[in-house]
Design a binder for this molecule. Structure first.
Ligand code: BGC
Length: 391
């Protein structure tokens, strides 16, 4: 009994000493460090900030970082309320940044691609850059041929948002920003007070919520314009990503990408993503690529699953839930290799896809589309959740 005890004791002593044996002996200058204890890294939810440079008119801009317990990390700047990067694990737990963008503010100041941006006052196009509200015609900035795109020449993506809240608790990390768009800005009626809130949850969701109030009848349609590549930003095209859209219908467009007003079934056409289908399988049949608004089966109003994207090599899955009635599928058709982004990556055609949750394009001129009118005393709200997992 005694001998067995002694052997066990010696074995334990050897086992405990072994890892220490590999350590080099401390030099006289190096004080003997404390015994090495294997500490399993526990990540906490966190919300931090650091300077991100200044705009041409000298306004200081900040970069915020939200991190969750699984290592997901979202970096956001208050310039354009832009999502600068989003790191998400693959099926082996390896993190990669899955959104296109720039390392420094300068890239964002110059861009016309809306990488990661908060888009408003009206995301997407308004035909002939005009609409009539309560019998009054409003003329907007025409920045896309004769049409108005993504809020005009200086939309919400090109203004400095005011930080309102930055915190983390055991369940989520949150950043809230606000912006007041003045009456007649880019031609829109009414002072519009808006907020956008990014929340990273412990369940690997990035939630983006918007609120807005006006003092005069106006139109509002806010979205986030992130360009995703679930294999990692800048690593190649997204044609092999498998997409499912919870949409039986879409809104066909004219040459200027303005909806004709028709709501058409996707059945028997390359527009059909009701069952999982690779983005590239029929893309050649839709001209330059997908740049279409899908009519979600949910009808909007309640948070419902709109899209699921699966990337086979990394195993990453992104699900999008939204309260919006539509989603724009845009397959980076205008990326042409002239932009160099994060990590020196060159962004070529179809190197990313966007799924911009929204009301339908040109709704202010289409009385049959769900209304985008906001009256004084009403509150505009919109929520979109990006949920990440692997397969
Ligand atoms: C539009 C595209 C446009 C792109 C700009 C998308 O939302 O649908 O037509 O070129 O934004 O980045």
């Amino acid at each position: 009994m005694k001998t067995r005890f002694l052997i066990s004791f010696v074995l334990i002593v050897i086992a405990v000493c072994m890892p220490g044996c590999k350590k080099k002996a401390p030099t006289p200058q190096e004080p003997e460090s404390k015994p090495e204890v294997e500490v399993k890294e526990t990540r906490l939810m966190s919300a931090n900030e650091e300077p991100f440079g200044q705009t041409a008119d000298g306004r200081q801009v900040t970069l915020y970082t939200l991190t969750n317990t699984n290592g997901l990390r979202a970096r956001i700047t208050n310039y354009g309320a832009i999502l600068v990067s989003l790191e998400v694990p693959d099926r082996d737990g390896k993190l990669a940044d899955i959104t296109l963008g720039f390392e420094a503010l300068d890239g964002y100041l110059k861009m016309d691609t809306y990488f990661g941006a908060t888009v408003g006052r009206y995301a997407n196009r308004i035909g002939k850059a005009r609409f009539v509200l309560d019998g009054v015609e409003y003329k907007l900035a025409a920045n896309n041929g004769e049409n108005h795109l993504h809020g005009g020449i200086k939309g919400f993506d090109k203004v400095v948002w005011r930080p309102e809240d930055l915190w983390a608790n055991d369940n989520e990390a949150l950043l809230k920003m606000s912006y007041i768009s003045e009456d007649d800005e880019e031609g829109y009626p009414g002072n519009l007070a808006c907020t956008v809130t990014y929340t990273l949850t412990k369940d690997d969701e990035l939630k983006i919520s918007y609120e807005a109030e006006t003092d005069k009848t106006t139109v509002v349609n806010l979205t986030n314009h992130s360009y995703f590549n679930l294999a990692g930003q800048g690593t190649g095209d997204i044609l092999g990503h498998e997409l499912t859209l919870n949409a039986d219908k879409y809104t066909p467009v004219d040459e200027g990408l303005i909806p004709t007003g028709e709501i058409r079934s996707v059945k028997d056409s390359p527009m059909d993503f009701t069952l999982p289908m690779s983005i590239g399988s029929r893309i050649k049949q839709v001209g330059n690529g997908y740049d279409h608004n899908y009519v979600l089966n949910s009808g909007g109003g309640t948070l419902a699953l709109a899209a699921r994207v699966y990337e086979p090599t990394s195993g990453r899955v992104m699900e999008i839930y939204t309260t919006e009635p539509g989603v724009q599928l845009y397959t980076g058709n205008f990326l042409d290799g002239t932009l160099t982004g994060k990590g020196g990556k060159v962004y070529k055609k179809h190197y990313a896809f966007c799924l911009e949750t929204q009301h339908f394009p040109d709704s202010p001129n289409k009385s049959d589309f769900p209304s985008v009118v906001l009256q004084p005393g009403q509150k505009y709200t919109s929520v979109t959740v990006h949920k990440f997992s692997t397969r």
